[in-house]
Ligand binder design. Sequence first.
Ligand code: SF4
Ligand code: SF4
Length: 441
Amino acid sequence: MLKLISKKTFKGGVHPKEFKELTEHKVLEKFPEPDELVIPLSQHSGKDAIPLVKKNDKVKVGTLIAKEDGFISAPIHSPICGTVTSITKTFTFAGIQKSSIILKKDGLDEKDFLPPLDFETVSSEEIISRVKEAGIVGLGGAAFPTYVKLIPPPDKKIDMIILNACECEPYLTRDYRLVVERTEDLIKGLKLIMRASKVQRGIIGIEDNKQEAIELLKEHLVNHSEIELVVLKTKYPQGAEKMLIKAATGREVPPGKLPLDVGVIVQNVGTAISIFDAVVNGIPSIYAYLTVSGLGINEPKNLIVPIGTSIEDVIEYCGGMKENVRRIVIGGPMMGYAQFDLSTPITKAVSGILFLTDEELEVFPETNCLRCGMCVSVCPLNLTPVRLVRLIQNKRFEEAAILNVALCMECGTCAYSCPASIPLVQWLRLGKKWVFQNRFN
Ligand code: SF4
Ligand code: SF4
């Protein structure tokens, strides 16, 4: 097979060691139902869902257990057959206490799915309504309710859907596995998104380190002339929406604007598969697709896990963790969240759990800024991280706001390349928090 190398990319970015070889050939495994699940009512951007069940209620696989609260919110369904034992506060992976529904399994396998719809004839309105009803959220990280993205404001003319298959974070391979294992379903998922949004053109953007997936997509796209495969250079953060749009189409999303301002909607691979399953198979969003990896876990895997499963249960299924684990991260190593509690439940948009050792973390003590300018040259959004951080450290938040700290997407590229190991993203987050709290623009 001739390796396809691409030069299409964006300005800035970095090339962290990939570690994808740990799991890229590991087929997605269905995780066995745990005895108990903790289902947070906050699994998405926007308002928490409202519980529809109470203690001792019986539920089936797929039963609606919490409804959405307003426009930006999403319903939640039970991933198992069992009983509600309580509704109580637990920690989410972001370290925030939220109400959760606790379910205990009863060992039965009764299903309460939605009625399947016909792929050939389902209408735009039916797809949007199904995506909303199934509680589908963006699986690329932000967990934004997907149905909202499918109905852009009337003054925005959308002419293109981009399916984001970049998966640029090191270690993560769950999107890659979905492309390889479910190629046809993925293309159908993209076509459902195009039909829902009444858009004629689709693009699949993928990095050139995923050759097997590229070959499969090429084969399957032969009869789908409305979808173009665009191969992009492997570089972090190639999968960030603005970087992806620029590299794949040449369109530039202006600062402070959204993809729909340049006529584009971006959806993640996992989201497209979830849409396919919800529409064609009637399955609501009850599973998380994730990569379990890092040198600190005994058996790295790709898994399909019922939402609400604890990190602890996943560790046990993956053969236990090694003694030299320094940090456990939910998500990728660049943008993920470090964990302090192994009972933390997995939610819909969790893409990975990483068990990182000293060998991988390469932690050096923080020193004074060397004024090397690396952080500035790698920032894909042309921000000046060193300057912003100095202003924030000195509580000069208004000036940081004028220099656009609010635009920072917290990709971690600057911190990764800083030779002084300054925790730039933590400072930038603090600056952004101040800006949003004070509504200073
Ligand atoms: S974290 Fe923010 S400042 Fe740093 S590289 Fe990413 S966008 Fe730029
Ligand atoms: S990369 Fe680090 S050391 Fe270099 S200028 Fe930026 S903050 Fe200073």
